[in-house]
Design a protein around this ligand. Structure first.
Ligand SMILES: [Zn+2]
Ligand SMILES: [Zn+2]
Length: 336
């Protein structure tokens, strides 16, 4: 499957990612030792793409890759006395909780940076092989990417160079999924408590054979988890089109794990922020999945009679304002 952003090979089938993930970022027997760089003190000198490269597996330690990026910034007069941690937020291309510093291969890293220009971003992607994309942060780090509700204007980061498509491996008691996302357009998620809440629902038997509405689905994580948990029907809805394009991609990538196939897709649709719900895709198999672009407060016809409605808004949004609409469509409301 070609990457919809760069037309390259960024998208691997979920099964392949899950097979490889445990060894993807591991050092080989010949890898140079951990450089033990201090992350919060200025780091002297400049290095290039050959510094610290393993002659066997061709990977480099994350800190060395960041030092390489810092070297380019210094050459351009940015961040002269900076520490590694000031360079930006590194996100590995296939996100997974690993208990050791990752060793990176080509195109294994998406960088979110504050101090960078387009020209420098292009140079970083050209000269640091491990970096697949450079994103410029806009606004405060605490501000979520996307839209707060249908009346707000979107807050997005800017992809300056390369590709921002990356995936997070989601592990739960009842199975794994690979959730791809365009990281300049989608909220950056570090919150594992949501998965724990889904596991609690699963253990109570509330997801099996249920009709579930994932009202603020983003790239589809929680709704698609409900599919592997045995839900009979899942309605995924979001008001932000880029999130739903990722959701549809995630249904395709995880198709064999989910046991469903897309049999309808409204591929030409391009309205960015939703109002009246529009059906963008439908998938069927072990479960029935509908993807709607809509304001949750107008979803009643599409979702009435559901068992559970999941509300997963951004941290700064009070879910209470959506409760009345959700009570109309589902017997039970779960605030995630
Ligand atoms: Zn790509
Ligand atoms: Zn090695």
């Amino acid at each position: 499957m070609k990457c919809p952003t760069c037309n390259g090979d960024c998208i691997l089938p979920a099964q392949k990612v899950l097979d490889d993930i445990l060894s993807m970022y591991m050092a080989c027997g010949l890898c140079p030792r951990d450089p033990m760089l201090v992350k919060n003190a200025p780091i002297p000198g400049k290095i290039d793409k050959n510094f610290g490269l393993c002659i066997n597996c061709k990977k480099r330690h994350l800190d060395i890759v960041i030092w390489n990026v810092l070297s380019i910034l210094k050459e351009k007069g940015f961040l002269q006395d900076a520490a590694l941690r000031e360079v930006g937020t590194p996100l590995i291309s296939f996100g997974y909780q690993i208990p050791y510093p990752p060793r990176l291969n080509e195109k294994n890293l998406v960088l979110i940076m504050d101090s960078v220009t387009k020209d420098i971003a292009i140079e970083i992607v050209e000269k640091v092989p491990e970096v697949k994309g450079v994103i410029k942060r806009k606004g405060l780090q605490s501000q979520s990417i996307g839209i707060l509700d249908t009346n707000s204007s979107p807050h997005t980061y800017e992809l300056l160079s390369g590709c921002d498509m990356r995936c997070d491996v989601i592990s739960s008691l009842f199975g794994e999924l690979c959730i791809y996302k365009n990281q300049s357009l989608i909220h950056i998620e570090f919150n594992n408590t949501k998965i724990t809440k889904m596991e609690e629902l699963y253990l109570k038997g509330e997801l099996e054979n249920a009709i579930v509405v994932d009202g603020f689905c983003g790239p589809g994580t929680l709704g698609l988890l409900c599919v592997i948990a045995g839900a009979k029907k899942v309605i995924l809805n979001d008001a932000w089109l880029p999130a739903l394009k990722n959701t549809i991609l995630n249904i395709k990538v995880n198709s064999s794990i989910l046991g469903i196939k897309i049999n309808f897709e409204n591929a030409d649709y391009d309205k960015l922020i939703a109002d009246e719900p529009v059906l963008l895709a439908r998938a069927q198999g072990k479960s029935e999945v509908f993807v709607y672009h809509g304001d949750i407060r107008k979803l009643d016809t599409a979702a009435k009679g559901s068992d559970i409605c999941l509300i997963d808004t951004f941290p700064s949004v009070n879910p209470a304002r959506f409760m009345a609409a959700c009570k109309d469509i589902a017997g039970k409301i779960i605030i995630i």
